[in-house]
Structures are given as C-alpha cells and as structure tokens.
Ligand binder design. Structure first.
Ligand code: ATP
Length: 352
C-alpha cells in the first residue's frame, strides 16, 4: 500500500504485571480496513496486547491513538469495539436474532432498524432461517457465525478476536477461516486477531505481527514474513524451516554444508551464522547424477499425497525436504542423494 492510512497506532506500549514485563515497547501502525494477526507462542503477550486495545487493561507506558485521538484512558464500552473471544459469551437461551440485536438494543437503536440490521447480518452469515432459534440449538460453527454477526452488528470501528476458532475441529476451523476472511472483507472493518496457529495467521492476515517475550520480532505481509523472516525465531516459528549452522561469517561469505556461499550481512567477521532453509527449497538428485553438492542419506520418507516429505542425514544435520511426488521416483530410505539448496531463498541470521 503506498498511501498510509493509519487507523490505530499502538505507540510504544509496554506492560508490567508486577515484575513480569508482558509487553516491551510495542509500536505498530495498523492500516484502516486491514486484517492483522498477532502471532506467537504461549505467554508472548498477544492477549495482553489485545486486552489493552480493548481497554480491559491499561498500558504501563505508551499510548493508543485511534484516528489520531488518544484513547488510552477511554473505558471499553466507550470504545465500542466488536469483540469475539474464545469463550463466546452468547446468551444461550436467547434467540439468534436477540443475540445479534443485543448491542443495538443497548445503544437504543429503534426496533425497526434492529430488525433490518439483524436480517441483513443473517443473510451475510448465510443463516437467514435461524433467527428465531435459541442459540443452544445451534452447531459450533453456527454459534461462531452468530458471535461474529453480533460483534459486527454495532458497526464497530475495530473488530477484535482472541483465538475465536480454537475450539472448533480442524475441518470446521478451516471453513470458518475462509468465512471470517470473506466477512471481514465484505465489512471492510479493521480487524485484529490473536492466534498461536501459524497456518491460521498466514491464511487470514494482511499483516502478520510475530511476537516473542513481549516484543515484536517482525510485522509484515505473511508472504514477506515467510520468505524473508527477520530472525531465526520467526523462521522457525513459521514452520517447515531447517535451521542449520552456517559457520563463521567472513568477508561476505559463510560455509553451508562445506560450500562457500556469498551473503550480504551486516555483521562483523567472526559472527556465528545460522541459515533457515525451507523444506521446499532443497532439491535432491540421485547421487550418481552429475549434480554438484554434498551427498546425504535418506533417513525417512512419507507420502503426503501431492508431495513427499523426506529427512536427509547430511553432515550431522537432519534436513527436512519436501518435493513433488514425481521427483522422488526411485528414492527409498537409505538411498544416497546429492543435495542442492536454492540460494535465492536462503535466509541467514546471527545464530541465537
Ligand atoms: P497464551 O497464548 O498462552 O494465551 P499470550 O501470548 O496471550 O499467551 P499473555 O496472556 O498476554 O500471553 O501473557 C503474557 C505474559 O504476561 C505471561 O508471562 C503471563 O503470565 C503474564 N500475565 C498475563 N496476564 C497477567 C496478569 N493478570 N497477572 C500477572 N501476569 C500476567
């Protein structure tokens, strides 16, 4: 996006719980209408950040600017954000329509307008015929959609979700991810979702914010985070990357499996380096072919349908490899293979 339109600026936010620092100087500019996923391992501060945005916690330092206005001290109900948390807190004995209309009623919206809005939302979530059913009679996925509709009914400036899909089984979760993304686009609402699931974050986000120990490690589009991870933690957390020793940096070169490799790195000579190599960027050739490269041994193979996953024992490392099924003809456990690594997709970092 060339013209920046910052909707929410999380401006240098830190949070202490006694002597635990849950957030460390988090600075993020969230674009209007974007879908942002806060991603990171348990305890990295995702929920704390979302709760500060919602107004349930106060930051120890820093401020929140919504459309240029400081809302740090504004109570949650005045912020009027739409929220869906893991425990849905729908009213089980109320009908679907009453649940969706709840926030509108609190805001004293007229009965006719409430009915119109509920009808419109039921169409959007593709459940037009269940308005009069009690929520307790719905399936998990239907309840999730109702919770989303209820949060969006008030036309919130921000839509906040904390692990909303984690209680659903894998297939339903996958479908709901698609639906959630489509709904968000339909409404154009600026959305912030917390998850520890990297696939979910990749699937949903325009911008992925990777947190560790309360600090932002990288904030960028999912494809950028995947292709150019900022550090070895991000590369590892996003899955399927091999992290291997690349020796000591010297004059623009490292040593990868005995092969001198040119790298541009802003580190002094003598720095120990690590390379992140994605499983799909390792190519295998029969050891007797002309291909140049180090020779490893296939230690493990499994058929994933369209592709094979292999583990290659190579110079003391175990390299995970994924390649199209057709390229693996004739290979078996114990086979020797020449390994070549796609240099254009290599990420190198200071070893952590
Ligand atoms: P999870 O994925 O497990 O929910 P998270 O990334 O959402 O984790 P937070 O719940 O934000 O992490 O917690 C961040 C840190 O702050 C943790 O060390 C946690 O123990 C601590 N913490 C969170 N809330 C409180 C609290 N109310 N009192 C004390 N410490 C807290």
């Amino acid at each position: 996006m060339s013209t920046q339109d910052t909707h929410l600026h999380i401006d240098g936010v830190s949070k202490y719980f006694d002597d635990v620092q849950a957030l460390k100087d988090v600075d993020l500019k969230i674009e209007r209408g974007s879908f942002v996923c806060l991603l990171g391992p348990s305890g990295c501060g995702k929920t704390t950040l979302l709760r500060i945005i919602a107004g349930f916690e106060n930051a120890s330092a820093g401020r929140l600017m919504l459309d240029g206005t400081d809302i740090s001290k504004m109570p949650p109900h005045k912020r009027g954000f739409g929220m869906v948390f893991q425990s849905l807190a729908l009213f089980p004995h109320m009908t679907v329509a009453k649940n969706i209309a709840y926030g509108l009623k609190l805001r004293k919206v007229s009965g006719a307008e409430q009915r119109n809005r509920v009808e419109e939302l039921l169409n959007v979530i593709e459940l037009p015929d269940i308005a009069d059913r009690p929520v307790s009679a719905l399936s998990g996925g239907q309840r999730q959609r109702v919770a989303i509709a209820r949060a969006l009914a008030i036309q919130p400036p921000l839509f906040l979700l904390d692990e909303p899909l984690s209680a659903l089984d894998a297939k339903l979760r996958d479908n709901m991810q698609i639906e959630l993304r489509q709904l968000q686009q339909k409404f154009g609402v600026t959305t912030i979702l917390v998850t520890h699931d990297q696939h979910e974050a990749m699937m949903l986000a325009d911008e992925l914010v990777v947190l560790k120990d309360g600090a932002v490690r990288q904030a960028a589009a999912p494809s950028v985070v995947y292709q150019n991870p900022a550090d070895s933690f991000v590369a590892d957390f996003l899955g399927a990357a091999n992290l291997v020793d690349a020796g000591l940096y010297k004059d623009g070169e490292v040593n990868l499996f005995g092969k001198v490799t040119k790298v541009a790195a802003d580190v002094p000579n003598g720095t120990r380096m690590q390379a992140a190599i994605r499983a799909e960027h390792v190519h295998l050739h029969p050891a007797k072919s002309d291909a140049a490269g180090p020779i490893g041994t296939i230690d493990f193979m499994r058929d994933l349908g369209p592709s094979m996953e292999l583990i290659i024992a190579l110079q003391g490392e175990r390299l995970r490899v994924r390649c199209p099924n057709v390229d693996c003809q004739g290979l078996e456990i114990g086979s020797k293979v020449t390994v070549s690594i796609d240099q254009t997709h290599l990420s190198l970092f200071k070893a952590e």
